[in-house]
Ligand binder design. Structure first.
Ligand code: NAD
Length: 317
C-alpha cells in the first residue's frame, strides 16, 4: 500500500505539477499538498490540502503524525530574483524549512526527503560550459548561497545520521500550468504568454545569455525517478547536476517565430542580467545519467510546440 507523501510548497510552479503527477500515480488521497496559500482549482479538488508553514517544525510534525507520512518533498523556497530583494527572509525560509525536514528524518519521523537545489549554486568562477558535478562553486547570490549551504547540510545529514535525502540542481524550468515564482529564468515562460497574448515581449535578459533550461515534464519525471531509485545506487548526496537544453533568449524567440513569424522581442536587461551572467551556460549531468538513467525527452523545438499548444488552449478556450 502506498504510504502518504507530503509536499511542502505544493502550490508553486513545480509543486503544482509534481502534486498532480504523484496523485495520478498513487491516488489523490495519498498525496497531501500543503502551502501557505491555496493552489489551483484542480490541485485543491483532487486530494487533501493543508495550510502549512514550512518554517514551523511543530506544525509539520502534526501533519506527518496525522497522515502517517513517510516521504516529504520540500518545494517551498524564495527564488533567486526575489531573494536579492529580501535576503534575510530568503535565508530564513530556505534554511529553516530544510532543517525542519532533515531533523524530522534524523528523528526517524519520516524516511525519505526530496529537496531541490539549483544551478544557482554555481558562481562567476565556475567553468561555464558543461559545468561538472564537482567544481568551483562560490555562488554570488543570496539564493545561490542558501542552496549551496543546503547541499552541504544534506550531505552532512546523510553521512552523519543516515538521512535518505535526495536532490537535483534544477536548471530554469519551463511550464504552462503555473506561472514561475520570481526566478531569473522566468523570462522563458513569460515569453510564451506574451507571444500569444500580445505578439511581442520585452525580455529582461540580453541576447546571448545562454542558460541551462528544462521542460517541466522532464523535471517532474527526473524528480520521481530519483526518488524511486534504490538508495545504494546514489553516489551524490549533495545534489545531482541535471541537464537538458541550453539556449539564449533570441533562440527561444526564433523557435516561437517558426510558429508566429510576426512575434517581436525587445531586449531590456535589468538586475537579473547580473545573476544570469554568474550561472553556467550548460551542465554535465553524467552522474545522474549513470546512477539513475537520466535522459531528457524535450529539446527547445518540442518545448515550444508543447507550450504554444497547451497555453493557447488554457488562455483562449
Ligand atoms: P515557487 O515560488 O513557484 O513556489 C514556491 C511555493 O512555496 C509557493 O507556492 C509559495 O506559496 C510556497 N511557500 C512560500 N513560503 C512558504 C512557507 N513558509 N511554507 C510553505 N510554503 C511556502 O517555486 P518553484 O519554482 O515551484 O520552486 C520549487 C523549488 O525548486 C524551490 O526550492 C526552488 O528553489 C527550486 N528551483 C526552481 C527552479 C525553477 O525554475 N522553477 C529552478 C531551480 C530550483
Amino acid at each position: 500500500m502506498q504510504k502518504p507523501i507530503l509536499i511542502l510548497g505544493a502550490c508553486g510552479q513545480i509543486g503544482t505539477e509534481l502534486t498532480m503527477e504523484l496523485r495520478a500515480r498513487h491516488g489523490g488521497e495519498n498525496i497531501i499538498a500543503s502551502d501557505i496559500r491555496e493552489g489551483s482549482e484542480s490541485l485543491m479538488a483532487n486530494g487533501p490540502f493543508e495550510l502549512l508553514d514550512a518554517t514551523n517544525y511543530e506544525a509539520i510534525e502534526d501533519v506527518i503524525m496525522h497522515y502517517e507520512i513517510e516521504e516529504v518533498y520540500l518545494m517551498a523556497a524564495m527564488l533567486s530574483a526575489t531573494a536579492e530583494k529580501f535576503p534575510m527572509r530568503a535565508w530564513n525560509l530556505n534554511m529553516n524549512s530544510l532543517f525542519n525536514v532533515l531533523n524530522l528524518a534524523k528523528e526517524g519521523k519520516i524516511n525519505k526527503i526530496f529537496w531541490p537545489s539549483s544551478i544557482a549554486v554555481f558562481g562567476p568562477n565556475t567553468p561555464k560550459k558543461n559545468t561538472p558535478q564537482n567544481t568551483i562553486m562560490e555562488p554570488s547570490t543570496v539564493y545561490g548561497i542558501s542552496k549551496q549551504s543546503g547541499e552541504r547540510w544534506c550531505e552532512y545529514y546523510h553521512k552523519k545520521f543516515g538521512v535518505d535525502v535526495r536532490s537535483i540542481r534544477y536548471p530554469g524550468l519551463i511550464s504552462w500550468k503555473t506561472m514561475p515564482g520570481g526566478g531569473t529564468t522566468d523570462y522563458a515562460v513569460e515569453i510564451y504568454h506574451q507571444a500569444l497574448k500580445e505578439g511581442k515581449y520585452q525580455c529582461f535578459l540580453s541576447k546571448g545569455t545562454q542558460l541551462p533550461m528544462m521542460y517541466m515534464d522532464d523535471a517532474i519525471r527526473a524528480t520521481i525517478t530519483l526518488m524511486d531509485t534504490e538508495s545504494n545506487n546514489l553516489t551524490v548526496r549533495s545534489s545531482y547536476n541535471l541537464g537538458s537544453m541550453s539556449f539564449a533568449p533570441e533562440q527561444i524567440a526564433q523557435s516561437i517565430q517558426k510558429h508566429m513569424p510576426n512575434f517581436k522581442v525587445e531586449y531590456v536587461p535589468d538586475f537579473r542580467q547580473q545573476i544570469a551572467d554568474s550561472w553556467p551556460s550548460s551542465i554535465d549531468d553524467s552522474a545522474a545519467r549513470k546512477d539513475w538513467g537520466w535522459k531528457p525527452d524535450f529539446d527547445l523545438g518540442a518545448t515550444t510546440n508543447a507550450m504554444l499548444k497547451h497555453l493557447s488552449k488554457a488562455l483562449f478556450n
